[in-house]
Ligand binder design. Sequence first.
Ligand code: ZN
Length: 491
Amino acid sequence: MNKSKIRVIVILGEILVIGILALVILLPGSSGSSADTDVKSKVKAAVKAGDAEYLADEDAGVASVEEELAELERLEAERLKREEEERLEAERLRLEEEEKAKAAAMSLGAEEEAALKAAMYDYDAAIELLQGIPEYETRDDVKATVKEYEAARDKLVKWEDNTQISHLFVHSLIVDTARAFRKGSSQPVGYNRYMTTVGEFKLILQSLYDKGYVLVSMHDIAERYVGEDGVEKLRKKPIYLPEGKTPFVLSQDDVNYYAYMDNDGFADRLVIGDDGIPTCKYIEADGTVSYGEYDVLPIVDNFLKEHPDFSYRGAKGILAVTGYEGALGYDTGWHMYDLDNPEEAAKLKAEQDAAKAVADAIKADGWEFASHSYTHTDMKTNSFDKVVYDTDKWEREVEPILGETDLYIYPFGSDICDWKGYKGDKYEYLKKAGFWYFCNVDASRYWIQITDNYMRMGRINADGERMMKTPQKLDYFFDSASILDKSRPAL
Ligand SMILES: [Zn+2]
């Protein structure tokens, strides 16, 4: 045999061997031998491992970005937290400062208020305010003031006789005498007789103050209380003033600013000023509107700012109001509108709301209201039915605006009974309507009755008539000759 034949045989043999080997290896694979499974799972595992490796690589990338983000987030959160903490701290400091300022203001406010109360002879209230200051224990200056107030209080003298207290009254004040006394005015003579001018009134206040007079309320003279028998009664209330001071009551009638007074130089109405304190609206001759001291209320208020010792415990005056032409300068009379017409009814409501707001401000300012009847008719000569009709109307139309009052000031000063005392149906009716304090007009220096059931007080008119005709009656209070307005015509 030649070499190439042998080579072919060898190759064929090798092929055969390989073939057999291949069979040996591959056949069990198709039959699912364990060796084959091992290989497969090994390959699978390898792929998986690769994947895992791949995924692990991928994760590593994501993880590092996320870590970075998380770190950023953490820093951001930290920054926000710090900022929030700083904000809260600043807020806390601000509130602390505010509290301190408030406490200081309150202390200062309390001190100022106490000083005002003390100036008005209400030392107990003043002392209580001062002792309520948070830093009272460490404030020697405040303690010294308390000692001062205690000493001043101990020097006060009880007013000897509560039936010896004067009561002066005026009507709306004349602002512009030229307009009031001119020929074309509604009633130049009436104004001259029954009215007082702004200038005169200011001088009267000054004179009263100089003579030691101090404003008191009728409620300071006598107080209502519930007796042991459960029945409400009235009794004298002690008034404590410094030696030399004399209590007196001030009132103003017809605080209505009636239509007939328009253009005659009187205030137009009471309003609430920009500072929330009541004041007057006044219309000048040329139509210009101004606000300020055009009637009793703002004049007394301003006088008291200068002289708080002119008031006993904050007492001011009594404003007596009728209803037939509204109240305080507002058209609140029901008969002034056609109430079946919704538009008209709305107008009445608006006037009532405005008047009530002013009335509330007036009361908050320390003034009191009195009924001056609804119709301004003579309660002495009126029949019982007329008194009932009038009183019911006042309660229906005026009381909702002014609020309840136990003060009654008779129109024309005309009292329902004589000096002997109250009895009869008119009195019973007025009493049932809630009135306890009644004022007539009496030219005596003082005239007061206080019983278990009522107080009656005479008043003196400080007007043109009195100042010109019987000025001596006013000598206790002021010198009419030096007060009378030079522009008044002779009476
Ligand atoms: Zn009147």
